[in-house]
Design a binder for this molecule. Structure first.
Ligand SMILES: [Zn+2]
Length: 248
């Protein structure tokens, strides 16, 4: 005799239709309720669609009942749902993918409409995810830039060259909005370079006096000019009896 799940079925007395289970002289019955399995299958065979019809007729009543059950036993429902998802994960995923592929346009349209109607929510979600991943994003950007400095700079130059008008417009707008801040920063930087006698500052001084181009200036020339500037400053300070000029 073939084995059966003893937690669900048992061999009971022969049913009224005489469903003899593998010549045991007994019927295989559900442990829960004791009905003969063959009889149940027969009933379903004859009444195909009955349950669908029943469901259709009593949809509202059944929905309420289900809801009540879910509210009464939330943990059990959740556990069962989890169990189902765990056991059928691949099937669920495949079905979802299939549905998404079939209804791509519809889903896209629904999503778009939602995004249009909920701009604050969209912005909030984006902000949240950005905040959550800020360190990651920044780190990635820095790493990428340090690895691709050359090509990044080239791309930016190219962009500026091909979008000159847009860049100019943007810069003008930016300057208009932040000119006070920019002026202060520029002054600070100029003071810093002046004080430190930085490379470009010295080169600017040379160009100013001689008209020489930056690329024609040798490091020795720059260094000589630096020494000269330093000497001039010292002598001016000495004459005026005050500290070395900070701004020239
Ligand atoms: Zn039976």
């Amino acid at each position: 005799m073939r084995s059966f799940d003893e937690s669900k079925y048992h061999l009971g007395s022969l049913c009224k239709r005489g469903h003899n289970h593998e010549n045991t002289g007994k019927s295989l019955r559900y442990s829960n309720g004791g009905t003969c399995i063959q009889c149940v299958m027969l009933w379903h065979e004859k009444n195909r669609g009955y349950q669908d019809g029943y469901y259709r007729k009593n949809r509202e009543k059944l929905t309420i009942k289900k809801k009540e059950y879910r509210q009464k036993h939330p943990e059990a429902c959740l556990a069962r749902q989890r169990e189902y998802v765990k056991n059928n994960y691949e099937r669920i995923r495949a079905r979802r993918k299939e549905y998404q592929a079939k209804n791509h346009e519809k889903l896209y349209a629904v999503g778009k409409l939602w995004r249009l109607n909920n701009p604050e929510k969209v912005a909030a979600i984006a902000k949240k995810s950005q905040r959550k991943c800020r360190d990651k994003i920044n780190a990635w950007g820095r790493k990428h830039h340090s690895e691709n400095r050359e090509s990044d700079n080239r791309k930016e130059r190219e962009y500026r060259a091909t979008h000159r008008e847009r860049v100019n417009k943007y810069q003008m707008e930016y300057y208009r909005q932040h000119h006070e801040k920019i002026r202060i920063q520029a002054k600070k930087l100029a003071d810093k370079y002046c004080k430190e006698l930085g490379e470009n500052y010295v080169k600017n001084q040379i160009q100013h006096q001689s008209g020489l181009l930056f690329e024609d200036m040798t490091p020795e020339l720059v260094e000589l000019k630096r020494i000269q500037l330093r000497a001039n400053r010292a002598s001016r300070a000495y004459k005026k009896g005050r500290a070395i000029c900070q701004t020239c």
